[in-house]
Design a protein around this ligand. Structure first.
Ligand SMILES: Nc1nc2c(ncn2[C@@H]2O[C@H](COP(=O)(O)OP(=O)(O)OP(=O)(O)O)[C@@H](O)[C@H]2O)c(=O)[nH]1
Ligand SMILES: [Mg+2]
Ligand SMILES: [Zn+2]
Length: 287
């Protein structure tokens, strides 16, 4: 399924032709769903790689399904909220989705030091792509990450350039793009609905509406302990307890790595913050 239009959805048939199909009452479908069309009706097949988040109002939202890959897009301007990338990694990995970080607007001067910092933090967890949608630099690597018919999505705060990247990747595509708000330097929530596009090399890539609250759904503390980015250096099997949360357990390999400088204290503090938040899901999100 390619796009959602409220009471109807746009479906791409095997022939490549796109067709609008009415949804049955209470029927649900999201971009990325594999569907069959039978007598003018939609049959939605079971999905894997389900990416969800909780929005500022506490509602659970499905961003996309059947994802093999997630590109978390950030930029020197506007900067993402603290912990955004960490949450993205944990949420996606828990759902079995591979993650890369995409630093867009690499043409801006502030991008260089930011790229080095991102590499330092996330270099062991995924690729940190340095790209510029407007200069057309580095974007081929995004298509490559999807080669072999993989399905991916770009997510990130409003204004980092997700739609601009798709426009650069897909010939003849002209998704709406807007300048940042001059006062706040934030995005304007230009994209309001996810859309799916074929990129060169055979992959499929979703543009999504920007959001700042990447709050986890279906993630428990043990998922955070397993999937927090940067803990790959530590062999988690080395923790004495299989369900170690790396707080104060004896024989914890993560604590040992923090002690010996293998994991920076800042990263460990970020981990504890996310762990506390996941452990108390009733706390209202600050948005
Ligand atoms: N300098 C620079 N500006 C860029 C680049 N890519 C995008 N922009 C600008 O960033 C602004 C926002 O781009 P969009 O593509 O609309 O951002 P988005 O992430 O799709 O935003 P939402 O749809 O609101 O989530 C526009 O003014 C773009 O021209 C880039 O590589 N370099
Ligand atoms: Mg957009
Ligand atoms: Zn441990």
């Amino acid at each position: 399924m390619v796009a959602h239009h409220g009471v109807a959805v746009l479906v791409r048939l095997d022939s490549g032709v796109e067709r609008q199909i009415w949804l049955a009452p209470r029927q649900r479908a999201v971009a990325g769903d594999r569907v069959r069309v039978f007598a003018g009706r939609l049959v939605v097949e079971p999905a894997h790689g389900i990416l969800r988040r909780r929005d500022a109002r506490g509602r659970d939202r499905t961003i996309a399904v059947n994802l093999d890959w997630l590109g978390i897009v950030v930029a020197p301007e506007p900067r993402e909220p603290p912990g955004y990338i960490d949450r993205g990694f944990v949420i996606a990995r828990t759902a079995g989705i591979e993650v890369d970080v995409i630093l867009n607007k690499f043409d801006l001067e502030a991008a260089n030091p930011l790229a080095d910092r991102l590499d330092e933090i996330y270099g062991d967890s995924g690729t940190v792509h340095r790209v510029s949608a407007t200069a057309g630099e580095g974007i081929g690597a995004i298509a490559e990450a999807l080669s072999g018919g993989r399905l991916g999505a770009l997510v990130g705060p409003s204004g980092v350039g997700k739609s601009s990247l798709l426009n650069a990747l897909v010939p003849d595509l002209s998704l709406a793009v807007s300048d940042l708000n001059r006062k706040s330097q934030k995005g304007r929530h230009t994209t309001t609905t996810a859309t799916l596009h074929a990129v060169s090399g055979g992959g499929l890539l979703l543009d999504t509406a920007g959001f700042k609250d990447f709050t986890a759904v279906d993630v428990d503390p043990l998922d955070v302990a397993r999937f927090f980015p940067g803990f790959e250096k530590v062999v988690l099997a080395d923790c004495r307890f299989r369900d170690c949360l790396h707080r104060s357990e004896p024989g914890c390999a993560v604590l040992a790595a923090v002690g010996s400088g293998g994991i920076p204290p800042r990263r460990y503090r970020a981990y504890l913050e996310l762990l506390d938040e996941i452990g108390s899901p009733s706390r209202p999100s600050s948005g």
